[in-house]
Design a protein around this ligand. Structure first.
Ligand code: GSH
Length: 164
Protein backbone atom coordinates (compact mmCIF):
# COMPACT_ATOMS: atom_id res chain seq x y z
CA UNK A 1 0.00 0.00 0.00
CA UNK A 2 2.03 2.99 -1.27
CA UNK A 3 0.68 5.72 1.04
CA UNK A 4 -0.43 3.54 4.01
CA UNK A 5 -4.00 4.56 3.29
CA UNK A 6 -7.01 3.21 1.44
CA UNK A 7 -8.38 3.25 -1.17
CA UNK A 8 -5.79 1.63 -3.44
CA UNK A 9 -6.56 0.31 -6.93
CA UNK A 10 -4.21 -2.32 -8.35
CA UNK A 11 -3.97 -2.41 -12.14
CA UNK A 12 -1.69 -4.99 -13.73
CA UNK A 13 0.45 -5.08 -10.59
CA UNK A 14 0.66 -1.28 -10.27
CA UNK A 15 -0.88 0.43 -7.24
CA UNK A 16 -2.81 3.68 -7.62
CA UNK A 17 -3.32 5.75 -4.44
CA UNK A 18 -5.64 8.71 -3.75
CA UNK A 19 -9.36 8.32 -4.33
CA UNK A 20 -9.68 11.07 -6.94
CA UNK A 21 -6.65 9.80 -8.90
CA UNK A 22 -8.38 6.39 -8.92
CA UNK A 23 -11.66 7.85 -10.08
CA UNK A 24 -9.96 9.89 -12.82
CA UNK A 25 -8.06 6.80 -13.97
CA UNK A 26 -11.34 4.86 -14.18
CA UNK A 27 -13.11 7.79 -15.86
CA UNK A 28 -10.45 7.89 -18.60
CA UNK A 29 -10.47 4.12 -18.90
CA UNK A 30 -14.27 3.80 -19.25
CA UNK A 31 -15.08 7.00 -21.17
CA UNK A 32 -16.70 8.72 -18.19
CA UNK A 33 -14.64 11.93 -18.30
CA UNK A 34 -16.75 13.84 -20.83
CA UNK A 35 -15.77 14.96 -24.31
CA UNK A 36 -13.16 17.66 -24.91
CA UNK A 37 -10.98 19.77 -22.65
CA UNK A 38 -13.74 22.13 -21.45
CA UNK A 39 -16.14 19.33 -20.47
CA UNK A 40 -13.28 17.45 -18.77
CA UNK A 41 -12.47 20.63 -16.85
CA UNK A 42 -16.13 20.93 -15.82
CA UNK A 43 -15.93 17.34 -14.54
CA UNK A 44 -12.77 18.27 -12.59
CA UNK A 45 -14.57 21.27 -11.08
CA UNK A 46 -17.44 19.06 -9.90
CA UNK A 47 -15.07 16.43 -8.51
CA UNK A 48 -13.27 19.18 -6.51
CA UNK A 49 -16.65 20.50 -5.34
CA UNK A 50 -17.54 16.98 -4.23
CA UNK A 51 -14.25 16.84 -2.26
CA UNK A 52 -15.10 20.12 -0.49
CA UNK A 53 -18.54 18.81 0.39
CA UNK A 54 -17.18 15.45 1.55
CA UNK A 55 -14.55 17.17 3.73
CA UNK A 56 -17.33 19.19 5.41
CA UNK A 57 -19.48 16.07 5.82
CA UNK A 58 -16.74 14.04 7.51
CA UNK A 59 -16.38 16.58 10.37
CA UNK A 60 -19.73 15.90 12.11
CA UNK A 61 -19.43 12.21 11.25
CA UNK A 62 -16.11 11.95 13.11
CA UNK A 63 -17.16 14.07 16.12
CA UNK A 64 -17.06 11.98 19.31
CA UNK A 65 -18.97 14.31 21.68
CA UNK A 66 -22.67 13.42 21.21
CA UNK A 67 -24.10 16.91 21.89
CA UNK A 68 -21.53 18.60 19.71
CA UNK A 69 -22.11 16.03 16.98
CA UNK A 70 -25.87 16.68 17.04
CA UNK A 71 -25.27 20.43 16.75
CA UNK A 72 -22.78 19.96 13.92
CA UNK A 73 -25.17 17.69 11.99
CA UNK A 74 -27.98 20.25 12.40
CA UNK A 75 -25.73 23.05 11.16
CA UNK A 76 -24.51 20.91 8.27
CA UNK A 77 -28.10 20.11 7.19
CA UNK A 78 -29.27 23.71 7.49
CA UNK A 79 -26.30 25.54 5.96
CA UNK A 80 -23.80 23.32 4.14
CA UNK A 81 -26.29 21.08 2.34
CA UNK A 82 -28.38 23.97 0.89
CA UNK A 83 -25.17 25.68 -0.25
CA UNK A 84 -24.02 22.62 -2.23
CA UNK A 85 -27.53 21.78 -3.44
CA UNK A 86 -27.64 25.27 -4.98
CA UNK A 87 -24.20 24.88 -6.56
CA UNK A 88 -25.07 21.53 -8.16
CA UNK A 89 -28.56 22.61 -9.15
CA UNK A 90 -27.11 25.66 -10.95
CA UNK A 91 -24.62 23.41 -12.78
CA UNK A 92 -27.55 21.28 -14.00
CA UNK A 93 -29.46 24.39 -15.12
CA UNK A 94 -26.38 25.87 -16.85
CA UNK A 95 -25.68 22.72 -18.86
CA UNK A 96 -26.45 23.95 -22.39
CA UNK A 97 -27.15 20.38 -23.51
CA UNK A 98 -30.10 20.35 -21.10
CA UNK A 99 -29.53 16.61 -20.78
CA UNK A 100 -30.21 16.11 -17.08
CA UNK A 101 -26.53 15.11 -16.75
CA UNK A 102 -24.15 17.50 -15.00
CA UNK A 103 -21.75 17.84 -17.95
CA UNK A 104 -22.52 17.53 -21.66
CA UNK A 105 -24.98 14.99 -22.91
CA UNK A 106 -23.84 11.76 -21.27
CA UNK A 107 -23.05 10.20 -17.91
CA UNK A 108 -19.70 11.21 -16.41
CA UNK A 109 -17.89 10.49 -13.19
CA UNK A 110 -19.17 13.88 -11.97
CA UNK A 111 -22.73 12.49 -11.93
CA UNK A 112 -21.53 9.40 -10.09
CA UNK A 113 -19.68 11.25 -7.29
CA UNK A 114 -22.58 13.65 -6.72
CA UNK A 115 -25.10 10.79 -6.66
CA UNK A 116 -22.81 8.88 -4.30
CA UNK A 117 -22.02 11.65 -1.85
CA UNK A 118 -25.65 12.65 -1.24
CA UNK A 119 -26.52 8.98 -0.68
CA UNK A 120 -23.60 8.60 1.73
CA UNK A 121 -24.71 11.76 3.52
CA UNK A 122 -28.10 10.25 4.34
CA UNK A 123 -26.63 7.01 5.61
CA UNK A 124 -23.78 8.68 7.55
CA UNK A 125 -25.60 11.66 9.08
CA UNK A 126 -29.31 10.75 8.88
CA UNK A 127 -32.23 11.50 6.60
CA UNK A 128 -32.88 14.95 8.10
CA UNK A 129 -29.69 16.28 6.48
CA UNK A 130 -31.14 15.45 3.05
CA UNK A 131 -34.09 17.88 3.34
CA UNK A 132 -32.71 20.55 0.96
CA UNK A 133 -31.59 17.83 -1.47
CA UNK A 134 -34.97 16.06 -1.51
CA UNK A 135 -36.80 19.38 -1.96
CA UNK A 136 -34.82 20.19 -5.11
CA UNK A 137 -36.65 18.69 -8.12
CA UNK A 138 -33.58 18.95 -10.39
CA UNK A 139 -31.42 16.98 -7.98
CA UNK A 140 -34.14 14.42 -7.31
CA UNK A 141 -34.48 13.90 -11.08
CA UNK A 142 -30.69 13.65 -11.39
CA UNK A 143 -30.60 11.07 -8.61
CA UNK A 144 -33.24 8.96 -10.39
CA UNK A 145 -31.40 9.27 -13.71
CA UNK A 146 -28.10 8.01 -12.26
CA UNK A 147 -29.84 5.24 -10.27
CA UNK A 148 -31.52 4.03 -13.49
CA UNK A 149 -28.24 3.48 -15.40
CA UNK A 150 -28.38 -0.32 -15.85
CA UNK A 151 -24.90 -1.10 -14.44
CA UNK A 152 -25.49 1.23 -11.48
CA UNK A 153 -28.97 -0.18 -10.86
CA UNK A 154 -27.51 -3.72 -10.82
CA UNK A 155 -24.75 -2.70 -8.39
CA UNK A 156 -27.16 -0.91 -6.04
CA UNK A 157 -29.32 -4.04 -5.88
CA UNK A 158 -26.48 -6.38 -5.01
CA UNK A 159 -23.84 -4.32 -3.17
CA UNK A 160 -23.08 -5.11 0.48
CA UNK A 161 -24.95 -2.93 2.99
CA UNK A 162 -22.68 -0.36 4.66
CA UNK A 163 -22.78 3.27 5.87
CA UNK A 164 -20.74 4.43 2.83
N1 GSH B 1 -6.55 11.83 0.22
C1 GSH B 1 -6.70 10.42 0.41
C2 GSH B 1 -7.12 10.16 1.84
C3 GSH B 1 -7.03 8.70 2.17
C4 GSH B 1 -7.32 8.41 3.63
O1 GSH B 1 -7.26 9.30 4.49
N2 GSH B 1 -7.64 7.15 3.94
C5 GSH B 1 -7.88 6.75 5.30
C6 GSH B 1 -9.15 5.95 5.43
S1 GSH B 1 -10.54 6.84 4.84
C7 GSH B 1 -6.74 5.83 5.72
O2 GSH B 1 -6.52 4.80 5.13
N3 GSH B 1 -5.99 6.26 6.75
C8 GSH B 1 -4.88 5.50 7.28
C9 GSH B 1 -5.18 4.85 8.56
O3 GSH B 1 -6.33 4.92 9.01
O4 GSH B 1 -4.26 4.25 9.10
C10 GSH B 1 -7.70 9.83 -0.60
O5 GSH B 1 -8.60 10.57 -1.03
O6 GSH B 1 -7.58 8.66 -0.98
Amino acid sequence: MPQDAVPVLYVDGEAISQSTAILRYLAREYDLYGDGNMNMTKVDTIVSTYEDFFTAMIKPFMEKDADKRKEMIKDFGEKTVPKYVNIISKILSDNQDNSGWLVGSKLTVADIVIFGVFGDMESMLGKDTAKAYLENPKLVAHNGKVAAVPAIKDWLAKRPQSAF
